[in-house]
Design a protein around this ligand. Structure first.
Ligand code: PMP
Ligand code: GLN
Length: 379
C-alpha cells in the first residue's frame, strides 16, 4: 500500500523516551512533568467517576468546562468568548491542531510554518492535501523576519501557524511580532492557528501575548491550548480550541467524527479545578521559573552555551564547544555516555539544520535537574 505520509517515521519523543528507559537515563527529552497532577484535580476526577458521570459528554465539551475556559480567557486576555459557540474541548492540543488544520486547509492550499516546528503540524497539513511552507528560524535568537514571511505569501496561502511560548526554542512572541502578524493576515486575508499550549508558562514577568488579546487577530484565529501542560496531566489528553463561531461550527463537524467527545469525568474535574483553585494557573509561571533558574545555575560550570528560555518548560543548550557530532548523534551519545536524554533540534526542521543545539525539558523534580546538570558538567 502506498503510504499517505511517506516521510514520517516514529516521533523523536517516542524514540528518545524509549532510549532513556533502555539505558535507565534521566529523561529530559520528551516534554512531560515528573511530578503529579494537583490533589484537588485527582480527587474531583474520582468523585465524578463515583457519581456516575461516565457517559458521553456533549460533542463540543461539558458545558461547565466550556464556561470555565471562556472565563479564563476573559480573566487572562480580556477576551469576550461565547462559551457555547466558540469553545470546543478536544483530545489534547494534538486533536485541536489536527482538526483546526483540516478545517482551514483545502487541497492545494499553503500554510506557513516556522521551523523548528512542533512535529504534528506538517503531517496534518499534508493529510488535508495542503503544502507546508517552512521558514527556518535560527539559533540563538530564533527571531521571525516578518518581511521574509510576507515574501513567502502567495495566492495559495491560507494560514500561518504560530506557537508562543515556543516549543522547542523557548522563545515568546513580542508585541511587535503580534502587530506584524496582524498586519500581514489582514493584508493577505489569512487565518492563524495559534498554538498556545504553554500560555501560562512565561518568565521574568512577561505577559503571554495570546492571539485572543487582539480582536482583529482573534477574528481570524483558531487558538489551541492544552490542560496537560497547565495541570501536569499530559496523560489525560485534554485540550481545546477557541475560534470565531463560524470557524467553530466547521471545526465541530470534523471533531465529531474524530473523537465525538472527550472523557467526561476529566472534563468535569478540570472545570472544578479552574473554578475552585484559580491560583494554580497563576502560580505556574513562578513554579517553572524556579526550575529554569535552578537548571541554569547548576549548568554554570559546564561547557555548554545556555540559550535564553523566555517561556515553556524547555531550555536549549549549544554544545559546539564540546563535540563535532551532529545533534542526533550527540543526543544518542548523551544517553549512552552520561545517562541524560535530550532532544536534538534538527528534527524539527523540514529542511534540516546543522546548528549544534539540544533541548532539555525542566518539568522535572529539582533533584533530577541537579543530577542531570552534574552529569552534563562532566563533558
Ligand atoms: N503543541 C505543542 C507546541 C506541544 O509542545 C504539545 C505537547 N508537547 C502539543 C501541541 C500537544 O499537546 P497535547 O499533549 O495536549 O496533545
Ligand atoms: N510535546 C511534547 C514535547 O515536545 C511531547 C508530546 C509527544 O510526545 N507527542 O516533548
Amino acid at each position: 500500500m502506498e503510504s499517505k505520509l511517506p516521510h514520517v517515521g516514529t516521533s523523536i519523543f517516542s524514540k528518545m523516551t524509549a532510549l532513556a528507559n533502555q539505558h535507565g537515563a534521566l529523561n529530559l527529552s520528551q516534554g512531560f512533568p515528573e511530578f503529579d497532577a494537583p490533589e484537588r484535580l485527582k480527587l474531583r476526577l474520582t468523585q465524578h467517576v463515583q457519581a456516575g458521570m461516565n457517559q458521553y459528554a456533549p460533542s463540543p465539551g461539558a458545558p461547565a468546562l466550556q464556561q470555565q475556559i471562556a472565563l479564563l480567557a476573559e480573566r487572562k486576555y480580556g477576551a469576550q468568548i461565547d462559551a457555547a459557540a466558540q469553545v470546543t474541548v478536544t483530545a489534547g492540543a494534538t486533536e485541536a491542531l489536527f482538526v483546526a488544520i483540516q478545517t482551514l486547509v483545502r487541497p492545494g492550499d499553503e500554510v506557513i510554518v516556522f521551523d523548528p516546528a512542533y512535529d504534528s503540524y506538517a503531517p496534518a497539513i499534508e493529510l488535508a492535501g495542503g503544502r507546508s511552507v517552512h521558514i527556518a528560524l535560527r539559533s540563538p535568537d530564533y527571531r521571525i523576519d516578518w518581511q521574509q514571511v510576507a515574501a513567502a505569501v502567495t495566492t495559495k496561502t491560507r494560514a500561518i501557524i504560530i506557537n508562543t511560548p515556543h516549543n522547542p526554542s523557548a522563545k515568546t512572541l513580542k508585541a511587535a511580532d503580534m502587530a506584524a502578524l496582524q498586519a500581514l493576515v489582514v493584508e493577505y486575508d489569512l487565518y492563524v492557528i495559534s498554538d498556545e499550549v504553554y500560555e501560562h508558562i512565561t518568565f521574568d514577568a512577561q505577559p503571554h501575548l495570546s492571539a485572543l488579546r487582539d480582536p482583529v487577530l482573534a477574528a481570524r484565529a483558531m487558538v489551541v491550548a492544552s490542560f496537560g501542560k497547565t495541570f501536569h496531566c499530559t496523560g489525560w489528553k485534554l485540550g481545546y480550541c477557541i475560534a470565531p463561531e463560524a470557524l467553530t461550527s466547521e471545526f465541530r463537524k470534523i471533531h465529531q467524527y474524530v473523537t465525538f467527545s472527550c472523557f467526561t469525568p476529566a472534563q468535569l474535574a478540570l472545570a472544578d479545578m479552574l473554578n475552585e483553585e484559580p491560583e494554580h494557573v497563576d502560580a505556574l509561571a513562578d513554579f517553572y521559573q524556579h526550575k529554569r533558574d535552578l537548571l541554569i545555575e547548576a549548568l554554570q560550570g559546564s561547557r555548554f552555551t545556555i540559550l535564553p528560555s523566555e517561556g515553556s518548560y524547555f531550555l536549549l543548550l549549544d554544545y559546539s564547544a564540546i563535540s563535532s557530532l551532529d545533534d542526533v548523534g550527540f543526543c544518542d551519545y548523551l544517553v549512552e555516555a552520561i545517562g541524560v536524554a535530550a532532544i536534538p533540534l534538527s528534527v524539527f526542521y523540514a529542511h534540516g539544520s546543522s546548528d549544534k543545539v539540544i533541548r532539555l525539558c525542566f518539568a522535572k523534580e529539582d533533584n533530577t535537574l541537579l543530577e542531570a546538570a552534574k552529569r552534563l558538567c562532566q563533558l
